[in-house]
Design a protein. Structure first.
Length: 300
């Protein structure tokens, strides 16, 4: 934990008092965050039974579940990919690939139908035999434009809190990360690179959405270096964002519930994973809350 980062030298005498105060804040936020995490699981479960979520699942069924090898291939070529499909699938969803976008190459199995006599007694799916692989081109949603997709994540509106954003940037700096505001596609909110020690935030989003995203990316910076499980990483980072936003008086449920549910697959899994990662989520959100309180005190 990097407590003390924002204490100017002339305030060093009150450092002991400040450390005590920060400890009190951490304990209070850990106690409070358990209630907030219960609230998060409850909200996700309510969303999972809504018509809106059912419509989203229907749309999701149009996308493939890619193999582990293909997920690696996609991430290597397009690290920000969130939703990938072939040209034809995008077209059937009323979207087209933007001019100049480079395709993501993945491997697709080549199947042939085995002779009827040999497979008479087998189920239909067993009538096909694998005889190799071919390269297939796919595109991420951010490389396409057109009809809006059903999206259970509503971006947050409004806000005008530059000082909070600035204090979060300072905290990211204390972790060795630089934060940049960048023009990004409407599907992207931000990203975090451990190798470049860089966090990008989509400057087109509202101030509140940018603050939530920055907390999410800081959580990745703290928790997910050399972390292979993308789905769990996203669930943890967004849970940290939700808990931290709540303590800052920002309600991120319109975005966070859908985001976590989409990565967890269903509400039972979301609840289980939140419970399993509970102490990691609490620890990281408490660290951010404490750093923000401390920097606010130092500035006062
Ligand atoms: Zn993320």
């Amino acid at each position: 934990m990097r407590i003390g980062t924002f204490v100017p030298l002339d305030l060093a005498s009150s450092r002991h008092e400040l450390c005590h105060k920060v400890r009190v804040i951490i304990m209070a936020s850990i106690n409070r965050s358990q209630d907030v995490l219960d609230q998060l699981s409850q909200g996700i479960s309510t969303l999972a039974t809504s018509d809106e979520w059912q419509a989203y699942l229907k749309m999701q069924a149009r996308f493939h579940n890619y193999s582990y090898a293909n997920v690696l291939l996609i991430m290597k070529q397009y690290p920000d990919a969130t939703q990938v499909a072939g040209y034809g699938t995008w077209k059937s969803l009323g979207r087209h690939v933007k001019k100049g976008e480079k395709a993501i190459a993945i491997m697709a199995p080549i199947l042939y139908k085995a002779p009827n006599e040999a497979t008479e007694t087998l189920e239909t799916e067993n009538k096909y035999r694998l005889c190799g692989f071919k390269i297939v081109n796919v595109f991420d949603v951010s490389q396409t434009e057109g009809k809006s997709l059903t999206d259970p994540c509503q971006k947050l509106n409004g806000g005008n809190c530059h000082s909070l954003y600035h204090r979060l940037c300072e905290f990211a700096n204390s972790l060795g990360f630089h934060v940049f505001q960048k023009e990004m596609g409407p599907e992207l909110n931000g990203n975090c690179s451990h190798t470049k020690k860089r966090i990008n935030i989509n400057k087109s989003n509202s101030s509140t959405q940018q603050i939530k995203t920055l907390i999410h990316e800081i959580a990745h910076a703290v928790m997910h270096e050399n972390f292979d499980d993308r789905a769990l990483g996203e669930l943890e980072a967004e849970s940290v964002a939700y808990v931290t936003c709540e303590s800052l008086g920002i309600d991120s449920s319109d975005y966070s519930f859908g985001y976590i549910l989409s990565w967890a697959g269903n509400s039972a899994n979301a609840e289980l994973l939140i419970r399993q990662s509970c102490s990691r989520i609490q620890k990281t959100s408490s660290m951010i809350i404490a750093a923000l309180s401390e920097s606010k005190d130092a500035a006062a």
